[in-house]
Design a protein around this ligand. Structure first.
Ligand code: BGC
Length: 748
């Protein structure tokens, strides 16, 4: 399904509609649009989302990322027959998303029931040059006869979030027999969204407008001559009341103005401007892999394309959802995925975006303090799932037992508290990579201090030793345990770093310092036992085991929960995802490599990888243990999470964290980069299948380019002062360019 920097679908298959709807989604961080086909099919889900536009459909419900009025749909009639690929005959079909320029194209040769052939070319993009603009175009050529074509399209507010309607229609208008405008408002959150759409086509076309049942449509009718292509362009613009660039206008005015201006430029010019932005993106950020398997390069390009379009780098009030802006899975909520899996790509390519992602948490500190207080703790406990308000957004209940009607309460908001330390970890990582003192003094310190206060108040004194009881670590198949190794180590790090930065900025508070030091002295930190195993929690290693082969074969499907209750799974040695392995990833020096390997092997055997966050982390730890080949296997399996053949994966949106993790594997895994402690260090271990790995890195005010192969490593500093760099334990001075052969390194 892959070609050179294009993701292609070469066969029309309704089974894959939802999946490709996510995979081929387009966006610009402000808005995201699923790749639903222009014409209607019951199997597809349309989706248009704007970062930050959430709403609760009813009291007691969690916020949804609102599915906005659709702008992509088109009903096309040719000689009185509605065009559909389920009718007539498909003689040629190809849909492709061009990652390099961001355009989605669909080319179809279609024969109607009467045997007349038509060529249709659909094109569309979401502008990277102007966040508010999107454009589409269909070019229709009749190949056997003159024909009558009718194209109807506009602003369709019949969309829902799985049946939940969030929007009230405030107004629909047509200005100057040209510009369609719809204005809507979310019920509970009170955000206003306005869309404008303008059609451009042959002047001879007969135009009419209708507004009915939440659809504002324009229909254009045109006689087309045999063999001559006819273009129908639709240019749209969107604004919301949350936008910071309204410049005193109402969203309704702003979108009409923008729509008119964009329509004047037309599809071609708008696309040229957008694709130039994409070229610049690839030039600055692409990871290049010379591999025996071209899929590796493609998977990284795919990941970076999506990492870019999911990041609301225009506005720090929003962060990245678990599905980006590609679908309604997890209701568009923000998890630890954002700080631990997605943020590093931005941090090391565009630190300003990483800063904004952390500012998002800073701006939500009040909500986090509220959650801590409600649960009887001090400081700040960030919500497990977050949206716009900063309050806990995790739905209270998950699956329902339809026989008993009983609902399963979601435990994560009650006990998956490592989120607080994950945010603290990312805060320190940001500082280490940027030395941004202004941020650290204000936002960074506040984040570290308040989360540290939370941990200190959360500990339980058990005969002198402090424990963190009743938590859930990253492995969500093991709930309500005591002393989860990941959580305890992360909490310890969190408090230690709060003390470090308070001292660094002369902000020490005696009372806090005393409590923090006591916490650090007495918190129990699970260590490797006599067999070299770090116990995942107090009881895990004593639990019974079962053969997981059957479930590992269908990883990602959570099939085990069909055979066993949650309680039964909880009482066995079964992991959903990396937990101790996650800890080893974040703290590479915690144990020697042979102990890391022992833990990797022990826990991996018991891990189903039912979470998409798991595989890539195993790859990184495997590389660091010298297992480049098994790391490569994990890496390729991680690439398949969205890109694999399973039609049901990714139907509700892409796995944002898993995409971020592919970048982590190349940079923190195979290149084995470490950026903590003031010196950039690396110890690359490329898989045998790769001959070269090249990527850019922004580090402490320098822009670097690294090219690594099995024989040599070269570093080019494009900007910033000279710096020291540590390669496999040896320090070098990087002025402008540095080349080191591996022979040279071995000789030292
Ligand atoms: C994982 C979490 C993750 C969430 C959102 C869950 O299945 O267990 O670790 O944060 O998905 O991606």
């Amino acid at each position: 399904m892959t070609g050179k920097r294009t993701l292609a679908e070469t066969e029309f298959d309704v089974q894959y509609m939802k999946k490709y709807g996510s995979l081929m989604a387009q966006g610009n961080g402000y808005l995201g649009m699923r790749a639903a086909n222009e014409e209607a099919y019951t199997e597809q889900t349309r989706g248009l989302y704007i970062a930050g536009i959430y709403n609760k459909a009813g009291a007691g419900e969690a916020s949804d990322l609102v599915n906005l009025p659709d702008l992509a749909g088109m009903r096309i009639k040719i000689d009185g027959t509605v065009f559909s690929l389920l009718d007539g005959e498909i003689c040629y079909y190809r849909r492709q998303l061009d990652l390099s320029g961001g355009e989605l194209r669909r080319q179809i040769l279609w024969k109607n029931r009467e045997g007349a052939r038509f060529h249709l070319l659909f094109q569309r993009f979401v502008s990277k040059a102007d966040l508010h603009v999107l454009a589409s175009k269909v070019t229709i050529t009749s190949l056997d006869k003159d024909a009558e074509v009718e194209v109807a399209s506009g602003i369709d507010a019949q969309q829902t979030n799985f049946g939940r309607q969030h929007l009230a229609e405030r107004a629909v208008r047509v200005f100057d027999e040209e510009v369609m405008m719809g204005s809507y408002e979310t019920g509970e959150s009170g955000h206003r969204i306005a869309a404008a759409a303008i059609f451009r086509c042959d002047k001879r076309a007969v135009r009419s407008f209708t507004a009915k049942n939440r659809q504002l449509l324009q229909t254009v009718k045109l006689k087309i001559e045999d063999g001559k292509p006819y273009e129908f362009e639709k240019i749209s613009a969107l604004y919301t009341s949350l936008d910071r660039d309204l410049e005193g206008q109402e969203p309704e005015e702003a979108c009409v103005l923008k729509g008119r201006e964009a329509a004047k430029a037309g599809y071609k010019a708008l696309f040229a401007a957008s694709s130039a932005e994409w070229q610049a993106f690839w030039q600055r950020k692409q990871v290049k892999i010379a591999s025996r398997d071209p899929f590796d390069q493609f998977a990284l390009d795919f990941a970076l394309y999506h990492l870019e379009i999911m990041a609301p780098s225009h506005d720090e009030r929003f962060s990245v959802g678990a599905k980006g802006l590609t679908g309604e899975g997890y209701k568009g909520h923000v998890f630890w995925d954002s700080e631990i899996f997605i943020l590093p790509f931005h941090l090391f390519t565009e630190p300003e975006t990483a800063r904004k992602l952390l500012r998002y948490r800073y701006l939500k500190l009040e909500g986090a303090k509220g959650k801590a207080a409600q649960n009887g703790y001090e400081g700040a406990l960030f919500p497990w799932e977050s949206a716009f308000s900063g309050r806990e957004e995790t739905p209270e209940f998950a699956a329902i037992n339809i026989r008993t009607g009983e609902r399963q309460r979601v435990a994560s908001p009650l006990a998956e508290h490592h989120i607080a330390a994950d945010i603290a970890y990312a805060t320190v990582q940001y500082y280490e990579a940027t030395t941004d003192e202004a941020f650290m003094k204000k936002e960074g310190l506040a984040l570290l201090k308040e989360t540290a206060r939370f941990w200190i108040s959360r500990a339980t004194d058990e005969g002198g030793r402090l424990s963190l009881k009743d938590v859930i670590g990253p492995d969500e198949y093991t709930e309500h345990v005591d002393n989860n190794a990941f959580t305890n180590h992360m909490a310890h790090y969190n408090v230690k770093q709060a003390l470090r930065f308070m001292a660094q900025f002369g902000e020490e508070e005696e009372a806090f310092k005393r409590r923090a030091e006591d916490f650090l002295d007495r918190l129990y930190l699970p260590e490797a036992d006599r067999e070299g195993l770090i116990p995942q929690d107090d009881t895990f290693l004593s639990l019974p085991e079962i053969d997981l082969a059957k479930y590992k074969e269908h990883q990602g499907s959570q099939g085990i929960l069909l055979d066993y209750s949650r309680k039964e799974v909880n009482d066995m040695q079964i992991l959903k995802q990396a937990d101790v392995v996650m800890l080893l990833y974040l703290f590479p020096d915690l144990v020697p490599p042979e102990t890391a390997l022992r833990n990797l092997e022990y826990y991996e055997y018991r891990t189903i990888h039912d979470s998409s966050l798991s595989k890539a982390i195993h790859a990184i730890v495997a590389v660091r243990c010298g297992q480049a080949e098994s790391a490569y296997r994990f890496f390729q399996e991680a690439c398949e999470i969205d890109l694999g053949p399973d039609p049901n994966s990714s139907d509700e949106g892409l796995h944002s964290a898993a995409l971020g993790a592919l970048w982590l594997v190349t940079v923190f895994g195979f290149a084995n980069i470490r950026a903590g402690g003031g010196v950039l260090s690396l110890a690359p271990k490329l898989p045998e299948q790769w001959t070269e790995l090249a990527f850019p890195l922004v580090y402490r005010g320098r822009r670097l380019e690294l090219v690594l192969s099995h024989e040599k490593l070269s570093f080019t500093k494009l900007s910033g002062p000279s710096m020291r760099i540590s390669v496999s334990g040896e320090e070098f001075l990087l002025e402008d360019r540095l080349e080191i052969t591996t022979v040279q390194l071995e000789g030292k």
